[in-house]
Structures are given as C-alpha cells and as structure tokens.
Write a protein that binds this ligand. Sequence first.
Ligand SMILES: Cc1cc2nc3c(=O)[nH]c(=O)nc-3n(C[C@H](O)[C@H](O)[C@H](O)COP(=O)(O)O)c2cc1C
Ligand code: SF4
Length: 419
Amino acid sequence: MKETRILLAQAGEITPTSAKEYGAVGGYQGLKKALAAPDKIVDIIKASGLRGRGGAGFPAGLKLSFTANTPADQKYIVCNADEGEPGTNKDRVIMEKVPHRLIEGMAIAGVAVGADKGYIYLRAEYPYVAEILEKALADARENGFLGTDILGSGHNFHIELFIGAGAYVCGEETALLDSLEGKRGEPRFKPPYPGVAGLWGKPTVINNVETLANLPGIVANGPAWFRQTGTETCPGTKLFSLSGNIANPGVYEFPIGTSIRTIFQEAGGGCPGGKKLMAIQTGGASGNIIPASLLDTPMDIDCCAKAGATFGAGDLMFIDDDQCLLDILENLMEFFEEESCGKCTPCREGNTQLLYLVRKFKDGTAEDGDLELMLELGNTMTGGCLCGLGQASPNPILSAVRFFPELFKTKSTQKGRVS
Ligand SMILES: Cc1cc2nc3c(=O)[nH]c(=O)nc-3n(C[C@H](O)[C@H](O)[C@H](O)COP(=O)(O)O)c2cc1C
Ligand code: SF4
C-alpha cells in the first residue's frame, strides 16, 4: 500500500516558501472561501470530524467554537510547533515542505473565530525551519494572504514567529502560553481553558501544526471530501513518524486506521538486517509499549485505546529483539526526570522514584514489593499529576508490565538482568 499524500501532496513539487507556487496548485482556495463566508467555517470544521493531531485528539471544530463564541476585544491563534516529544518529526516536515499550508490554516482559523493575530511557537532546535517560515511568511504578506485587509476582504491577520524555550513541558498548551508571555513555562491550572482565557487572558485557539494544516483542504473541498479518508470517528490522513530499528525511518502519510503492520512493512521496510521485531512504542516517549503480536492494530485513536496502544501524535518506534526493554525504560525515565518542571509533587518526585525502581529491575536488585510499589506510584501519577507530562510518563512502564511481565523479576524470583 502506497502513502496517501494529502497534506504532503505538494511536498517536493513546489518551492516551499513561494505563495504563488502554492497558489498555483490549489493553495489559498480555502482561505478565499473562508473570507467569503467566515460564519460558516466553524460548522464546516465540526462536520468534518477533524480531531487534533497534537496528541489528545480533541475535536478541532469544537475547540474553534469555544473561542468563536467568547466575546473579546482581542483573540489569538497559536500554533503549537514545539514538537518536543522524542520520536516525533512530522510537524517539521510540514513546515519545511509546505509552510503555506500551515499559514493558510492559521489564517482560516483566525477568520473563523475573529482573531487578527497568530503566533507560531517553534521548537528551538529547528533554526533552519525558522528561516523557511520567515521567508514563507514574508511571501504570504507580499502576496496579500497575510497582514491588513487580506485579499481586499477587510479582514486582518498577522502571524509572528516565536522561538520556543527548548523545554519539553513548553509543548503543553498552557506552559506554552506562559512561555509566549515571557514567563517561565509551567502548566496552568485548568479551567479556565485557553479557548476562553488563553494568551494574556484572551480567548485563544491553540492547535498543533498538522491540525491547522488540515483546515485548507477541508474548507476548500468540504467535510464530505475529508471524511472519505480515515475512519468514522477519526477521519483524514495522519503523518506517522517512524523511528528505532526500522530500515526506512522517516515521516509517512497514511489514512487513519491503516494497520501498524502496513506502515511498518510498506513504508518502513521492516527491521534492518532481517532482525525480528519484538515491540513497538506507540505515541511517542510517553506512549505505551506493545508487543509485536499487536502489529495488526489499526492506527486510529479508538482502536489504539482498545488494544492498549497509544495513538498520540502518530509516533511508532520499532524495537527488535536484540534490544533490552529495561534499558529503554531507563532511558525514557531519565528523560522525564530531567524534563519535569517540578511544579507538582507526584511528577517531580514520582519520575525520580520510577527511574530508581526501573534501575533496580535492570540491575537485578529489585525486591519483593518493588513491582507493586512501581505500579501504585505510576497509577497515582496518572491520576494525580497536574499536566500530561506526569500523567503520561508512567505509560511506558505500566504497559511494559502488562505486556512483558517476565521482565520484572525480583531477587527472590530471578536474579540478574532480564532482556
Ligand atoms: C508535556 C507535553 C508536551 C506536549 N508537546 C506538544 C507538542 O510539542 N506539540 C503539540 O502540538 N502538542 C503538544 N502537547 C499537547 C498540547 O498540550 C495540546 O493538547 C495540543 O497542542 C492541542 O492541539 P491539537 O488540538 O491540535 O492537537 C503536549 C502536551 C504535553 C502534556
Ligand atoms: S506534571 Fe510534571 S511537568 Fe506537569 S506541572 Fe506537574 S511537575 Fe510540571
């Protein structure tokens, strides 16, 4: 099965920064439609069934409606381009190859909710992407797609590029907003949600790059067109980031609902060197680790949840049977311990303790009761942490205990490292 390229249809075919070239292949048609009938856009996006591509899968139309329905003198569109989840590279490809698709999506969102200002919060480690975006933004302004009185419609929409703080937690939407306001990036207590009180307390739509990049196609071609691809509850295509022990790592676009096996074999080319696949970490560093026996799981939010996998932002890290899962868990927990912002106790202390316990299993020094303690701590963090970082960081461990229980031996059951 070949890729289904919709978001990336023009990737490699046009000069990325050129608004004219993008316009010549159908670009900016959605914006023109939005400018002609701004009041219809929220309903069109709702009818399309588009769900957020940043990890949580929140309905995009509903999110737009919160901001559209909140009266304010100033509203904002914020694009979350922080892309800090280890293993996620897909937003980079959109911004590098088809940046006007993102710019158009933001402008459509602005017109739909009555916002005249947008920010792109860009991952600090993507300086070359910043150059591309700046050029594309300048070209969009020059050609009348951005700025004051866009395309003579009377609508204004300005976009500013903001370089992120280089912290994983700043991808969390409210920490991102604090960072954008010039503060230390720490998650806020919710409610209020950003849709009602976001950037500088004003109603703010905050969406992932890929979510926003879907708006032009939906508005130009209609919700029924969008629903032709993907699944009933999760329409459209998805950019999947493939990494780990895979012959062809990279970013590939497939309809949502495509099985992991198809993506693994057709795009990824299987494990290199004829190695045997042992496990897959789904949904990024904070996603579940599932066994190779679940390779036929469709990559769809609901199917993943049912199977014990994580859809997340569409990351698939493949792990062959030469690897030690406990090494991988240790590496992941080191990341979360480092990236915890420290605002709440279960995450600040919990990640350190989870790392300590994983190391005990890895070193063969785990004692009776350590597994129960690890599970209790992980479940407490899932329910008790303030933001998604601490809520999700135990996922790799909890899923590994579920699917690979033989790894978690104590001194009394088996001494030594198990891999
Ligand atoms: C620790 C953490 C990091 C996150 N990083 C990102 C990120 O890099 N990009 C992103 O779009 N969403 C990220 N999110 C999710 C955002 O909080 C938010 O749900 C998302 O930007 C909403 O966009 P969407 O509705 O278009 O998916 C992160 C969440 C957490 C808890
Ligand atoms: S869960 Fe972790 S990252 Fe999130 S607010 Fe609490 S300490 Fe900070």
